[in-house]
Design a protein around this ligand. Structure first.
Ligand SMILES: [Zn+2]
Length: 313
């Protein structure tokens, strides 16, 4: 058998050959117990670095306790190409499921945020690098279908290295499939809120993740089709230090906001209130929303309040 050369990219935190503990902050080197990190929503209490969050923990952070109902959990990837690289695809799937407790890289379902219902699709980078395969795409579409059927907003949280090469064209076609699902929300005016976590790259940022009516990101996340190393190798030019990061995406108009994780649930709750049908406005000391014709698309109504129009094809 021909040996396969593997290049391992080392980052600044890896010097000395030592492997960093997952609970050690890569920015300031503070170390935390797992319960401390869970309590702080996996944000470094010293410097604010955002650690990765698994899909189930993210759902726990975001939704009202006990409100989540999962859909599509029974789906598992097929292996139509009988793909083998360093090991068979079926073994990789099994290892990932044992390591994460998830059947694929996206968890779909519905729940509530401060009492407001939403369909949710949350990715987990720990499952094969959050790669986009047929099950991931199908689960996203199930969440979108649920949002359409119940006329409730869809919220996705993405973290992905891109398409899953082991599924080849079946992985790539999830881009078209998920974009079609977002379009079906748009047709009937059901809002879609996209939350981008570190890293959201490749086929996921190039499809549904960029198409939210509102697109927000966590601080410092890499959000780019290709990473800086690949761009530098391809173009022969040095990239800016914040290349592809949330902050530069905000500056360049690709994002509506950068939202720290501690504020995310509150911001999502506000958006769900703003996107609610007019007759559903909560009473209180909030200024009433302007009255509009009943046939107006509710997404257009809210975006119009902020002077943001949506492009329609
Ligand atoms: Zn830190």
């Amino acid at each position: 058998m021909t040996p396969i050369e593997v290049n391992v990219e080392r980052t600044a935190g890896d010097e000395g050959g030592g492997r960093r503990h997952p609970n050690t902050c890569p920015s300031c080197r503070s170390h935390f117990r797992d319960d401390e990190l869970r309590h702080s929503l996996r944000v470094c209490a010293q410097c604010g670095h955002h650690f990765a969050v698994g899909a189930m923990e993210r759902i726990e952070q975001m939704l009202d306790p006990g409100s989540f109902v999962e859909i599509g959990s029974e789906l598992r990837a097929a292996d139509p190409l009988a793909f083998v690289d360093l090991k068979p695809y079926t073994d990789r799937l099994l290892d990932a499921e044992l390591a994460t407790g998830l059947g694929d890289s996206l968890v779909a379902g519905s729940g509530k945020i401060v009492g407001r219902p939403a369909a949710v699709a949350v990715m987990d980078f720990a499952f094969m690098g959050g790669s986009m395969g047929s099950v991931m795409g199908e689960r996203f579409c199930l969440a979108a279908d649920l949002a359409v059927a119940r006329r409730i907003p869809l919220i996705s949280v993405t973290a992905s290295g891109g398409a899953r090469m082991q599924e080849n064209i079946l992985a790539l076609m999830q881009m078209a499939k998920t974009v079609g699902a977002v379009d079906s929300l748009r047709e009937i005016g059901v809002p879609y809120i996209s939350v981008l976590a570190h890293p959201t790259t490749g086929g996921v940022i190039a499809s549904f993740a960029s198409l939210g009516d509102v697109v927000v990101a966590e601080p410092g996340a890499l959000l780019s089709f290709a990473g800086p190393r690949v761009v530098e190798q391809t173009t022969g030019e040095k990239t800016a230090p914040d290349f592809g990061r949330s902050e530069s995406n905000l500056r360049l108009g690709q994002l509506d906001a950068v939202v720290p994780r501690r504020e995310l649930r509150g911001e999502l709750a506000k958006l769900l209130v703003l996107f609610s049908p007019a007759e559903d406005e909560p009473t209180g000391d909030n200024e009433p929303l302007p009255q509009t014709g009943s046939d107006e698309n509710p997404v257009d109504r809210v975006l119009g309040m902020f002077g943001l129009g949506r492009k329609r094809g």
